[in-house]
Design a protein around this ligand. Structure first.
Ligand code: AHG
Ligand code: MN
Ligand code: MN
Length: 322
């Protein structure tokens, strides 16, 4: 079984990028340990604070953010960072080549119930001679990402990573702290009978998505002519991991529940990195109107509609949006 550094070097990963990825993973190993300690490490429950998006921060959100932020800024490998838990971008080393956007802990509502959580990250190149304090350096479409990944803190800790040469899956060997390659090239099956939605929002969706899901639910008595199965982990990182492993369609579509918040998932540190991982594994990642990786971001915490997963099923869903 091969360790992460030689695998990435074979893929043509530069020393600088490899060092940056290993720096992120060092923080993730610490998060993995803390999550695994649960109530023993005193990190469960909420803080009294809210982030800029008006969401209550869990203690693990704050801790995970601090670990990633400190190690990245100390490393000198990043020009700036953007995080779900930081109101604004934070400047780093002006001479560094890369910028990183991350969701330090995805699936925060799962922290206190010993269920799946993870870290999602997106690495882009900083424009030449740019100001590290200027948040416009993050306003790049997702197809410009040089690397994207997530670390899933589950029964085992797994890393899905792409540097644009396929999506690879590594498993953390906790006996010596190395990420080992356990799936050479993840390939999302083109067809699926599984979908992931938060069905409690269905009545707030646009008609296209309501019609699509109604036809899935009709099973072999409806126009799709086959029965479907449903899963919802409430952590995108867990749902996307299942899609990478065995296929499926995952969606968090637009809804009208809160007119000020038509979308839930954030473009820079949720949708974009997941879209790159999914496309690199042969799947599709779309908003219903456009390919996620082609969106020109306007702000760091921008939200988007997400439909991703098995190629033929996402295309079937998009057919309802035409
Ligand atoms: P986060 O914990 O980083 O705020 O993200 C949670 C996101 C995403 O991971 C998940 O798919 C979705 O929110 C869950 O939403 P519901 O609470 O509506 O199920
Ligand atoms: Mn998240
Ligand atoms: Mn989060």
């Amino acid at each position: 079984m091969r360790r992460l550094p030689p695998v990435l070097i074979e893929d043509g990963c530069s020393r600088e990028l490899l060092s940056l990825i290993r720096t992120i993973l060092a923080a993730c190993k610490e998060i993995s340990f803390r999550v695994g300690q649960g109530a023993l490490s005193g990190v469960l429950g909420s803080t009294l604070d809210e982030n800029i998006q008006g969401e209550t921060q869990k203690k693990l959100d704050v801790l995970s953010n601090q670990l990633l932020k400190d190690i990245l800024l100390e490393s000198g490998y990043v020009k700036a960072i953007a995080s779900e838990e930081e109101d604004y971008t934070v400047a780093g080393n002006p001479d560094a080549e890369y910028i990183v956007a991350f969701d330090p802990l995805d699936g925060s509502s799962n922290t206190d119930i010993n269920s799946l959580v993870g870290t999602i990250f997106s690495i882009m190149r900083a424009p030449k001679d740019s100001d590290p304090a200027d948040e416009r350096i993050f306003m790049q479409p997702g197809h410009q990402q040089v690397a994207a990944g997530y670390v899933l803190y589950g029964p085992c800790t797994t890393l899905a990573l792409t540097i644009g040469k396929g999506t690879r899956i590594f498993t953390l060997d906790k006996t010596h702290g190395s990420f080992m390659l356990t799936e050479e090239f993840a390939k999302i099956p083109e067809d699926t009978k599984e979908f992931a939605i938060n069905a409690s929002n269905q009545r707030h969706w646009q008609p296209a998505m309501q019609n699509y899901v109604n036809d899935l639910l009709a099973g072999d008595t409806g126009p799709r002519g086959k029965n479907f199965n449903m899963r919802w982990i409430a952590a995108m990182v867990g749902d996307v991991h299942r899609v990478l492993c065995r296929g499926g369609l995952f969606t968090y579509p637009a809804d009208t529940k809160d007119p000020n918040k038509p979308f839930k998932l954030r473009l820079l540190y949720e949708a974009n990195p997941m879209a790159m991982l999914v496309e690199q594994a042969g799947g599709i990642a779309h908003t219903g109107q456009e390919r996620i990786l082609e969106i020109d971001p306007q702000e760091i915490h921008q939200r988007v509609s997400v439909i991703l997963g098995s190629k033929n099923e996402v295309e079937a869903c998009l057919g309802y949006h035409k």
